[in-house]
Design a binder for this molecule. Structure first.
Ligand code: SAH
Length: 256
């Protein structure tokens, strides 16, 4: 098998604020001849002289990965960008799926996955330490998996005492899934369990809402919201007037 000369960088852009773009991601963006990604993410990257930008629709992940791999195999230094971390419901898996099913020579490419600050970490940092003990991460999108599987996983994780970080809670095509998920969790967790709707974290229109599970309403979320659901051990600490409460999960668990 011949050795391909190009390189592919799978780059995490973080949650939005430029200050949360890592130095490694910035250096990778500087090194690329071509940039691929969902247009909204490519648009976040300041243009660099001579760099070609290939923005595409959100749903074209595998086609985008194949196009980027083909260009890298022909000698380009190609970047594929994702919001947050590229390994969390994003392009890194699509790239490896494309490699496994694709041209044998793609396996010899230099592929560098550059981590980013995932939305759950940016949101958790704003609130205190809700992810300070064991937690589970679930995408509520049933585009790539059946809905009953999502409900089974939510119920099992909540029953097992995991804090939950829920990605992709709502979209135009998926208006009811978050409400159904909250109903499922209400059947398992105490009514006072803290729920956080963290929207557009680190962007100018950032919004953070803390409510009890009994009152949690899916209207508080949109496509840019990360939902955190505490465990029975997660604490909400009231603070002075006008100050946002803290939410944290203690490091130790008393449950046997
Ligand atoms: N790879 C990304 C997640 C992609 S899935 C990451 O690691 O963050 C897209 C989902 O991520 C959105 O529906 C939302 O749930 C979450 N998300 C992305 N950016 C966000 C932000 N700035 N604030 C809150 N949630 C965000």
């Amino acid at each position: 098998m011949s050795c391909a000369s190009g390189a592919l960088y799978v780059i995490g852009l973080g949650p939005g604020d430029d200050a949360l773009l890592t130095g490694e991601a910035r250096a990778a963006l500087d090194a690329c001849t071509d940039l691929f990604g969902y247009s909204a993410y490519v648009d976040r990257v300041p243009p660099r002289a001579g760099q070609v930008r290939h923005g595409s629709d959100n749903r074209e992940e595998l086609a985008r990965a194949r196009a980027a791999l083909a260009l890298a195999a022909s000698g380009g230094r190609v970047g594929i960008v994702s919001g947050g971390d590229p390994g969390v419901f994003a392009m890194a898996s699509a790239v490896f799926e494309a490699i496994e099913a694709g041209e044998p020579v793609w396996r010899n490419l230099e592929v560098t996955v550059v981590p980013g600050v995932s939305a759950m970490f940016a949101a958790a940092a704003r609130l205190g330490a809700p992810l300070g003990h064991d937690f589970a991460v679930v995408s509520l999108s049933d585009n790539l998996k059946p809905w009953p599987l999502i409900l089974r996983r939510l119920e099992a994780a909540a029953k097992a005492g995991f804090v939950l970080a829920l990605y992709n809670p709502v979209s135009r095509a998926r208006p009811w899934q978050l409400g159904a998920s909250l109903d499922c969790l209400r059947a398992v967790l105490p009514p006072e369990t803290p729920v956080v709707f963290a929207t557009a974290v680190s962007r100018p229109d950032e919004r953070l809402e803390i409510v009890a599970l009994a009152q949690a309403d899916s209207a508080g979320a949109d496509m840019r919201t990360l939902v955190l659901v505490g465990s029975a051990e997660t604490r909400r600490l009231a603070r002075g007037k006008g100050m946002r409460d803290w939410v944290y999960t203690p490091r130790g668990s008393a449950a046997a």
